[in-house]
Design a protein around this ligand. Structure first.
Ligand SMILES: Cc1cc2nc3c(=O)[nH]c(=O)nc-3n(C[C@H](O)[C@H](O)[C@H](O)COP(=O)(O)OP(=O)(O)OC[C@H]3O[C@@H](n4cnc5c(N)ncnc54)[C@H](O)[C@@H]3O)c2cc1C
Length: 667
């Protein structure tokens, strides 16, 4: 594994590598440098990371074995694979960047003939070891196939569909659609993800129909994968015994296995359905306590009949003027009077009103950052009009005090997590609303950290609590320069009326678990909890008769539970290497499985993130990997896990597109 012949300091394999001089070795979970953690990638153009840190096959320093007799013209170099969070880091691996889709089947034939395997790679933003595992040695016969360099074409397919190669970014895709007056209802928050990467894991955003909202043609409330109309995959042609490009229409049964495939296939191009763009208004607020936002639904504790029918108070919804303020005050008072979560400011109330919510609940704090998006054709008077994505600069360019404290934490000051949570809350509150009250009421330390200079900086770009624009400007809001955290991820499938029950059960348990660790002097979480809500993958969204939902999507509806129409997405974020994190994540996961056991709600994992926790590691628990996860996609009967595995095996019987982790999982 150790590679003394590499040029020290030259391996800059992606944004996460900036400033790194380590050449190889195990995943640097506790050894992340401050610069790695904070990215610093803003200074690094894509070209820089493509060229620096690569070693060509002719280089005297290239490691052996060189892939033998590659198809002529293959552009080949070596590169350390490091994922965004830095938790997966490998030796230098051979990498190529095909210029055309046709190069990929030729590579697959080569791989099969020579005993190598191909791993498609986009921006390497996935936490789970779906591409390669941490510590993969250079002796592994793995050829990484980077789509992001050349397979990036986007073109018009029809007035309501787009043809996109899988290496194109989601940002480029949404920009193209916007240029044609089209948009998606929801999508992942970062724009720097490849379309192929997002489809592989069933990428999602946050949206269900608001009260009275009827799904417009071409729109969907499930995964991006569910918008696919046609796809091109690299498959074995049984007639010739060679790999070939094959197009699958969505009405063709096998396509359902390729729509979410975890990297067990290779897609070169897809055609996606979109709908007429609907401008959005995004309102942020930090004035509702978690005890109210995530309150148990009214009715007997724990048995909630569900809220989901609230009418909302108008708080923060109206024109942002007196109505909004009064609504906020009244909402608070009423919420308090009614108690027990029957009040009008629960998460379910906002979902009912706007259909689109995200709650970011910083650890050890009481007031989550709640974002709500509403379909708003014309600019409201109070909203700031935006024409570009990424409108929360304070979360993309980490303010200096936050960076400093984060650096202290990852170098050992784990007990500063509560202070860190408070600091993140205050930064968000000040930058979004300009309201300094909480800061003035906070302790000396926080007031010192957020000095006048920092506040001036935070407020310089104007307040961001009420934004309006074309959907893409508000759906994409995270840059890769945000704090480098790791995350677990789950989708809880339930009926809409039980949404608040799911959220409240989770919030209560999370709070209790965090407190019990804290009482023992442990701080396993130092990032936020993120909660989002989507619909399921209704194939009608793609508009193709006979279409089936993606078989491996966490959002595939369950045949035996037609009333389950909603998924609550739960993530807990923390710095990689935080002591006790995996133990905490395991306890949480086991509780989630017990609580959402298929009776009133069911659990599926979010493929790109952390799951199957033992007390020491993610993606490791044998019972989760061998039984619970497959069963979560079998439950309810009908086509599911087993069909997906069989179809993917049939089209790639040599398992050229796979790795040992997927070999173990997908069986
Ligand atoms: C800060 C951050 C925020 C995120 N937010 C969200 C979010 O809001 N919603 C969400 O759903 N996800 C989110 N994600 C997860 C992200 O969507 C996935 O990790 C996605 O797979 C990353 O895309 P990528 O281009 O980096 O793919 P990679 O990580 O490079 O690849 C992911 C998987 O896809 C496979 N793959 C890539 N291209 C192809 C192809 N052409 N053919 C076949 N297989 C392929 C790879 O082999 C691998 O198995 C977030 C990730 C980060 C780091």
């Amino acid at each position: 594994m150790t590679t003394g012949h590499h040029r020290q300091g030259e391996v800059v394999a992606g944004t996460a590598d900036e400033g790194t001089t380590r050449m190889s070795g195990p995943a640097p979970t506790s050894g992340l440098s401050r610069r790695q953690l904070l990215g610093g990638s803003a200074a690094l153009g894509a070209a820089a990371w493509l060229l620096r840190g690569t070693i060509g096959p002719d280089s005297a320093q290239a490691a052996t074995p060189v892939p033998p007799a590659l198809p002529a013209g293959t552009e080949l170099y070596q590169r350390v694979f490091q994922n965004w969070s830095g938790e997966i880091r490998t030796d230098q691996l051979w990498t190529c960047a095909p210029r055309t889709p046709e190069e990929v089947p030729a590579l697959a034939d080569w791989a099969h003939a020579n005993g190598w395997r191909l791993r498609a790679t986009g921006y390497r933003h996935t936490w789970a070891p779906l591409t390669v595992a941490a510590g993969t040695p250079e002796s592994a016969r793995i050829l990484l196939v980077d789509t992001s360099r050349y397979l990036t074409a986007i073109s018009v397919d029809s007035p309501t569909t787009v043809r996109v190669q899988t290496g194109a970014t989601m940002e480029a895709l949404l920009t193209h659609l916007a240029g044609r007056g089209l948009g998606l209802t929801a999508c992942p928050a970062p724009g720097e993800l490849t379309v192929g990467g997002v489809l592989a894991i069933g990428g999602h955003g946050t949206a269900v129909p608001a009260a009275g909202e009827v799904r417009p043609e071409g729109h969907g409330y499930g995964s991006v994968s569910n918008q696919v109309v046609r796809l091109t995959a690299v498959v074995l042609d049984p007639a010739t015994g060679r790999y070939t490009l094959r197009s699958f229409g969505r009405s063709e049964a096998d396509s359902a296995a390729f729509l979410v495939h975890l990297g067990r296939a290779f897609l070169t191009e897809v055609v996606l359905r979109a709908g007429a763009d609907r401008p959005l208004r995004c309102v942020s607020r930090l004035d509702i306590p978690a005890s109210e936002l995530f309150a148990r639904p009214s009715g007997a504790p724990g048995s909630g009949t569900g809220t989901g029918t609230g009418t909302g108070t108008g708080a923060g919804t109206g024109d942002g003027g007196l109505g909004g303020v009064l609504g906020g005050v009244l909402g608070g008072v009423l919420g308090g009077v009614l108690g027990g979560g029957g009040g009008p400011r629960t998460l379910a109330d906002f979902v009912e009103r706007d259909g689109r919510v995200e709650a970011i609940w910083f650890a050890y704090t009481e007031y989550p950052w709640l974002k709500t998006w509403s379909v708003t054709p014309n600019k409201p008077l109070a909203s700031l009009s935006v024409d570009h994505p990424y409108n929360y600069p304070f979360s993309d360019s980490i303010p200096e005090p936050v960076a400093r404290l984060a650096g202290d934490i990852i170098t050992g000051a784990w007990g500063s997590a509560p202070l860190f949570g408070q600091l993140q809350y205050l930064v968000a509150k000040v930058a979004l609303t300009g309201d300094l009250t909480d800061l003035l009421l906070s302790g000396d330390l926080l007031r010192q950290l957020l000095s006048g200079e920092v506040l001036t900086h935070l407020l310089a770009g104007g307040l961001r609590s009420d934004l309006w624009g074309p959907s893409r400007t508000l759906l994409q809001y995270i840059r890769p320069t945000t704090l480098r955290v790791t995350a677990n991820g789950y989708a809880i499938l339930t009926k809409r009326a039980d949404l608040q029950w799911v959220v409240s059960e989770f919030a209560a348990y999370y709070r209790e678990l965090l407190a019990s660790y804290q009482a023992r002097g442990e701080f396993p979480v130092n990032g936020a909890v993120e909660i989002r809500v989507t619909g399921l993958d209704d194939p009608a969204s793609c508009g193709v008769p006979g279409a089936r939902p993606p078989l491996l999507s966490a959002l595939r509806p369950r045949a035996d539970r037609p009333e389950w129409d909603t998924a609550v997405w739960l993530d807990v974020l923390a710095f990689p290497g935080t002591p006790g994190l995996e133990r905490f994540a395991r306890e949480l996961e086991q509780w989630l499985l017990r609580t959402f056991d298929g009776t009133r709600a069911g659990l599926r994992v979010e493929w790109s993130k952390g799951w199957a926790y033992t007390a020491d590691a993610a993606w490791s628990d044998p019972d989760l990997l061998g039984r619970v996860i497959p069963d979560s996609l079998r439950a309810g009967g009908g086509p599911g896990w087993d069909e997906a595995v069989a179809v993917l095996d049939r089209h790639d019987p040599h398992r050229v597109f796979g790795n040992p982790f997927l070999d173990g999982l997908l069986k």
